[in-house]
Design a protein around this ligand. Sequence first.
Ligand code: HEM
Length: 393
Amino acid sequence: MSGIPVSDVDLYTDAARVDPYAIYEELRARGPVVYLSRYDMYALPRYDEVRSALMDWQAFSSARGVFVDREVNARLEGLTLCSDPPEHTAMRTVLGRPLRADRMREVTPRIEAEADRVVERVVGQGRCEVVTELAEYLPMSVVSDLVGLPEQGREKMLEWAAAIWNTQGPADERAAAAGPAVEEFMSFAVNDAVPGRIHPDGWAAQLYEAADRGEIAPDKCPVMMLDYVTPSLDTTILAIANTVALFAQHPDQWELLRDDRSLIPHAINESLRLESPVPQFSRLLTEDHEIGGVELSAGSRVALLYASGNRDDRHYPDPTRFDITRRPSDHLAFGRGEHVCVGMHLARLEMGALLERLADRVARFDILDSRPVINNGLRGFDYLDVAFEPAAA
Ligand code: HEM
């Protein structure tokens, strides 16, 4: 391990979960790869190395898990997220069918109508708690319907999903506390969200149809149903709340967006770049591999720090500035390569629909109060109280 900087920094304290950026900066300064001694894991904190690792699934394998803890990783082997081609390709093809960019046209009218409804309501109130009243609305109502989930269980979805994300870090108290909710969620997937109880036209039903056609193994259906739920709710909810907060903090950028709606897709990318809801996943090296002049051994776990790469000034000039004209479409917040977020078109659609309607109705946002999420796999707001200055009619 000679030549590799070593750090005993803890990325899982409450303070680091809330604001990891000073740690990331220090890690980027230490080198292209840093050994994190607390977790017996290497970290890639800079943009170029994260991106290269994402594009090389043969060396940087997902099949032995993408989280931190060895036991959790062993349990997750075989999920879409935790598999390599060719198994991964087969699962992703089926999973991704309803989420393809061209299929989003079918759900756009519904999402736009719901976005209209929720924005009219919250702006009419003059103020709202953005996380529960605005950001949760589309992912919770529309996505649960599209997946075709049974009614019972829906109200527990956020609790269950947050629990799964909490198992992403080391085996700490947050992970231990998540255990019972993770069990409940698995039981819901295996026993309740099954044919006869799910909506026959929903995405979950399409998984079981694909299994009937022999495209995937039938025992994959429950965990693939979870792929529509676990990564789709909190991620998008946090991204929406982060975006509102960024525009509240940068009223000049909100004015720019209101004047030129073609900036909306770039604003979404810039928000995801600067405040990435999923700060990292990891990979396991399948072979000895050289990174930035140093050799890592096969079997090493390597954390890909997406949120750090997204603030690397080697790649993004003045990286802490929120600038919606920057057009950072190459950001790492959705990953890249084989496992690039399969739900990104839906997430963009939901975020864009809300921004479009907020831009019609809101001249300015003011943050009244906020509280961060503390979770081992996610970053953003748990609570964001905002006042709206209505746009002139
Ligand atoms: C702003 C919102 C979102 C963010 C920031 C996000 C982030 C990510 C990231 C970083 C990955 C890459 C995983 C890796 O590198 O191993 C990923 C994969 C994934 N995402 Fe998303 N995601 C979002 C929304 C969604 C939605 C709406 C869905 C589903 C409807 C979804 C489903 C998935 C699935 C199933 C994977 C695994 C893909 C694979 O392994 O091939 N995500 N997401």
